[in-house]
Design a protein around this ligand. Structure first.
Ligand SMILES: Nc1ncnc2c1ncn2[C@@H]1O[C@H](COP(=O)(O)OP(=O)(O)O)[C@@H](O)[C@H]1O
Ligand SMILES: [Mg+2]
Length: 230
């Protein structure tokens, strides 16, 4: 679904230049649960932001069904984000003075399609909390609202940056299981950045980054089936 070709992203800080991404190539597939692992500062968020069209590479290509999104105009890139990409962040980014239902319906840009907002909240197990404000919800529940908001528009790409970074282990596991469920939709690619190496166990595709480079890119399932075939 997405092919990344030799992406370089450099940031200038003062007179210095930092290569947040130093030439990475990868393939992101629909129907897969992709996990990006790596130490802090290795370029994980930068890679996710490139995939989501939130930022552009300094050089290289990001091909989505053949079209290079790094070359799109601002307006077309905004359209791409709106139509195709759902984001989930570490600290949920909910609007405090809106209910769970309003957060999903309004922020997901559903143009008043309230059925979809209710359905998305039901899907994450929050049908009874629709009228609650973020301050009345636990961390795990707030992240569920954020996930409902991201998936309500049926994005083809669900991007999550440290979605469990502020949650306890047990709640985090439930969030990962929920995210994995969305990747079972054959039209959706789910890409999760995390510090938690245990998540690799449930991933279809694991990318390990270090210093802006990919040091490992594996699909454990393919390895298993290869072994069986031998
Ligand atoms: N907007 C920015 N301006 C300058 N440097 C940045 C910016 N964003 C990221 N960086 C730098 O790029 C590197 C990779 O950052 P990031 O992708 O956020 O890493 P990670 O998400 O793996 O912790 C870091 O050295 C970081 O300081
Ligand atoms: Mg990061």
């Amino acid at each position: 679904m997405i092919t990344i070709r030799n992406i370089v992203k450099k940031y200038k800080s003062g007179s210095e230049e930092i290569a947040a991404l130093a030439g990475i190539c990868a393939e992101i597939r629909a129907g897969e649960f992709t996990v990006i692992l790596g130490p802090s500062g290795s370029g994980k968020s930068t890679m996710l932001n490139m995939l989501g069209g939130m930022d552009r590479p300094t050089s290289g290509q990001i091909l989505i069904e053949g079209e290079d999104i790094s070359q799109l105009s601002e307006k077309k890139l905004t359209d791409y984000r709106r139509k195709n990409v759902g984001f989930v962040f570490q600290f949920y980014n909910l609007v405090e003075n809106l209910t769970a239902f309003e957060n999903v319906g309004i922020a997901a840009d559903l143009n008043g399609n309230t059925d979809k907002a209710a359905e998305a909240l039901k899907d994450v197990g929050l049908e009874k909390r629709m009228k609650s404000f973020p301050s009345q919800l636990s961390g795990g529940e707030m992240q569920r609202v954020a996930i409902a908001r991201a998936v309500a528009k049926s994005p083809r790409l669900l991007l999550c940056d440290e979605p469990t970074g502020a949650l306890d282990v047990a709640t985090g596991e439930k969030i990962f299981a929920l995210l994995k469920k969305y990747s079972r939709n054959k039209d959706t690619a789910v890409v999760v950045v995390t510090h938690n190496p245990d998540v690799a166990k449930i991933a279809d595709h694991v990318i390990r980054l270090r210093d802006g480079k990919i040091v490992a890119d594996e699909r454990p399932y393919e390895k298993l089936t290869d072994k069986k075939a031998v």
